[in-house]
Write a protein that binds this ligand. Structure first.
Ligand code: PLP
Length: 395
């Protein structure tokens, strides 16, 4: 993320409140560099469905993974080819499926036998076959913890008890397997082990069920650092593990749906310190932005890296607890080492917020304003969303 601090400060003044900034030049350069033999990349829109981000992703050659009607409408709006839209998600509403079939989408990840039967119904009504990837939930302890459950029992995909007896349905073409249980993994070796295990299982499963493994979809899971601004796994370190997974699976193509790794490092959230106080020996900075704009720190107890944009602050660092304006102790953005003389009116910038930021928030609680969204491109700002007062959405 290379937007100069002074430009972030200027944009805060122009936005008139807390905002997200996206460095679209750096994002586009990163996305265009992600290539590997036999690998097709999809963008997991849940990470950040902003249309300027989707356009950048599309220009970089990615296809789209959508998990809701809203995400589907958003990618159709920017002109995505329906043949390059993959439907995922543990629950697919009727409205979502109806719209997808009407738009002409052809690829679906099925997470249960019930979904297979519903997909057959819609495909029959549309009078055309569709391609299915079966999402399997592995019972395998990789030793790695994960926000997506890892080896925990979750509601995602087909549990082992449902792996057998795939129904032969006239309009469904079983084309591959999807497995994704380990998220934000920061070690290429760990990802290599996870992918190899997935590849073995997918191979055995497709053989047992009698379909060719045209596609092995490994989901997302490539990690970025929440300690170091800009930190992420080296793409080159993943080429060998990806090739090995494809070889072990004997799959025609590997697919991945990237969210965090695709856009996470290219977003920054900026908010203002309103108050500084000490309570029983602990120091606090209270900001006008908090969990209403960015709930991930409260949800997963992992902060985004934070720095003070005020260049005049240079005293030794000291630990501050940074809180937002909500009337709950949960509204904590983290505890950070910041200049000791950090003060009211200073702006704090949180990096690595390009994924699971703006839309992973709880904007309505307490009726504060919504955060703005700004794009940085060719050294210029574009205001994509104004800071919006609660009066615009309160009914
Ligand atoms: C099915 C699926 N694919 C892809 C992703 C994106 O994962 P990541 O952000 O780790 O790349 C997710 C995230 O939850 C997901 O549920």
């Amino acid at each position: 993320m290379s937007i100069p601090a002074q430009n972030l400060t200027d944009a805060y003044a122009r936005a008139g409140g807390s905002f997200y900034a996206y460095d679209l030049d750096a994002m586009g350069a990163h996305l265009s560099s992600l290539k590997a033999e036999g690998l097709r990349l999809w963008y997991a829109c849940k990470a950040n469905p902003l249309s300027a981000v989707l356009e950048c992703v599309k220009e970089s050659g990615f296809s789209f993974d959508v998990a809701s009607l809203g995400e589907l409408e958003q990618v159709l709006k920017i002109g995505a080819d329906p043949k390059r839209i993959l439907l995922t998600g543990p629950v697919k509403s009727d409205a979502f499926l109806l719209r997808a079939f009407a738009a002409g989408t052809e690829w679906f990840v099925a997470e249960s036998h019930a979904q297979l039967h519903r997909l057959e119904k819609y495909a029959a009504a549309a009078g055309r076959p569709v391609n299915i990837l079966l999402r399997l939930q592995l019972d395998w302890d990789s030793g790695a913890k994960s926000v997506l459950g890892g080896n925990k029992i979750t509601a995602f995909g087909l549990g082992v008890e449902d792996w057998g007896n795939l129904p032969a349905l006239a309009h469904l073409r079983y084309r591959g397997v999807h497995v994704f249980q380990w998220g934000n993994v920061l070690s290429a070796a760990t990802l290599g082990e996870v992918w190899k295990r997935i590849a073995e299982v997918a191979r055995q499963y497709s053989d047992a069920q009698g379909f060719a493994l045209d596609v092995l979809d490994l989901g997302g899971g490539i990690g970025i650092s929440y300690e170091e601004p800009g930190g992420m796994l080296e793409w080159e370190s993943l080429l060998e593990p990806l090739a090995e997974a494809r070889r072990v699976a004997g799959a025609g193509e590997l697919w991945m749906e990237l969210g965090r790794y695709a856009v996470g490092p290219f977003g920054t959230y900026v908010t203002k310190v309103m108050e500084k106080k000490n309570v029983r020996g602990e120091s606090f900075l209270l900001c006008n932005g908090g969990s209403q704009h960015m709930v991930r720190p409260a949800l997963v107890k992992e902060s985004f890296p934070c720095r003070n944009l005020n260049s005049a602050r240079s005293r030794p660092a000291k630990k501050f607890h940074v809180h937002g304006p909500l009337c709950t102790a949960l509204d904590c953005l983290g505890s950070f080492s910041l200049p000791e003389d950090s003060a009211e009116e200073d702006l704090l910038a949180f990096s690595q917020c390009g994924a699971y930021g703006f839309t992973e928030s709880m904007p309505y609680f307490l009726c504060h304003e919504l955060a703005g969204e700004w794009a940085w491109q060719n050294g210029n700002w574009r205001e994509l969303r104004k800071v919006e007062a609660a009066g615009s959405w309160l009914r």
